[in-house]
Ligand binder design. Sequence first.
Ligand SMILES: Cc1cc2nc3c(=O)[nH]c(=O)nc-3n(C[C@H](O)[C@H](O)[C@H](O)COP(=O)(O)OP(=O)(O)OC[C@H]3O[C@@H](n4cnc5c(N)ncnc54)[C@H](O)[C@@H]3O)c2cc1C
Length: 473
Amino acid sequence: MAARTTGQLQVAIVGGGIVGLITALGLLKRNIPVKVYEQASTFREIGAGVAFTANALKCMALVDPDVVNAVNAIATKNGQDDAESNDNLRYHDGYNWDPNDPEGSDDKLLGLLYTGYKGFQGCHRAAFLDELVKYVPSHAVEFRKRYVECEDRGRNERLLLHFSDGTSAEADLVIGCDGIKSKIRQLILGPENPASYPHFTHKVAYRALIPMEQVEAALGPFKAYNQHMHTGPRAHMLHFPVAGGKLFNLVAFVVEPEDWPLGDPNGVGNMTRPATRADVAAAFKGWGPTVTKLVELLPETLDKWAIFDCYDYPAPTFVRGRVCVAGDAAHAAAPHHGAGAGIGVEDALALCTLLEHAANTLALSSQDPGAADAAGVVEAALQIYDQVRPPRSEWLVTSSREVCDIYEWVHPETGEDWEKCLAQIRMRSNRLWYFDIEGMLKELRDGWESRFPVDASVAKMTIVGYHKVEEEM
Ligand SMILES: Cc1cc2nc3c(=O)[nH]c(=O)nc-3n(C[C@H](O)[C@H](O)[C@H](O)COP(=O)(O)OP(=O)(O)OC[C@H]3O[C@@H](n4cnc5c(N)ncnc54)[C@H](O)[C@@H]3O)c2cc1C
């Protein structure tokens, strides 16, 4: 075992989903060696839609412009106009209608919300991952590596990760991007801690991709090619075009009163169950003709997805020593802001920025042995990450629950008053989309420089904060 004091950082990322891969690309862009350990035999995503909001797209550009290239290669604009996208989110009353006047009274528009230029474009998940993977060099990934344990052999040694196939790997730090049932989160918080596990929100989602020509024939081109949210009592439905307008991505959210056990908290477990179109029809019985037609377009059998999140037991910390979590592993949110992956991209930007500071500090200290060691700079970087990121991601977890109640007309402050509902949706969406990214970067930089001030006159790091940090732990 080689002793570690100074030198290059070696990063391990557990999990090759959207957040793990984007973090890896950002680190590679900054010349920081990284290896992604993915339990599956290949990268894979489900056949469903995902959309990225303005904050996510801006952070992607700062992490690595190739991530934006991957989005642009497959994103589908809203609307039929080839030259221009329709950049509005549309909220409709999917429930109330007059049977004597279905055409005039059905699916009334309640309001529009401007997303900014191409602010909410639909992506086919699997197609996006395929594009992203093109930028990830094969040496940066190992498949069939199911993380089971992380061994801390003392601060002068690298961490040792153990995998289910009996192999192991060393790293200076571990970033858990291992999703909603994260093992790394369990390592940080302890297996007995309820905050180590996500909990059921009592909502389920029925998801389907439907051939566009069927939808166009049933509902006309405007509904087919433009994003719509159909709101109503205790349920709602969202759709937008994906795959260049060839497919129609539909997701219907309904209340599930029964409990849904997490399944095997250490592994695959069952977060989906088989369902039928008749189940969805029963949940939306009595809704307007548009929603009824949408239900009729669903395949006869489909899956229902349990929506779990971290609302009941938020993680008190995302970090332990040289190990941290990002994305759903840190703060899984219900999907009602369409922003879980997007806020994970913000985590990726924060981690890449801090680890670049850490790598530079380490490189400088190699000229001054003993000034900083790998464990010290890594711990400092992760402590700053843990101060800066949790407030925003925990706000998303809470607001995602609340905005669902607004869509479903049961929020105590807004009820069925759509002026109030829209004001709330606008306020929350703007907070999410127009995030002060420069402010976050400044906070990270200030945090770093307060621990590792740069003495510009000698162009060398003066390590004043580091030992103090160690004492406080
Ligand atoms: C219905 C629905 C709609 C959504 N819509 C949107 C949207 O429009 N916009 C948006 O931004 N977000 C959306 N989200 C949220 C988004 O899907 C998630 O936030 C995002 O996919 C999380 O990415 P991740 O990389 O953190 O985790 P994951 O995608 O779950 O990736 C985790 C990876 O880790 C691997 N892994 C797990 N355990 C181990 C282990 N022990 N060892 C090695 N590898 C391991 C897994 O195989 C997987 O590849 C939606 C979610 C749902 C449910």
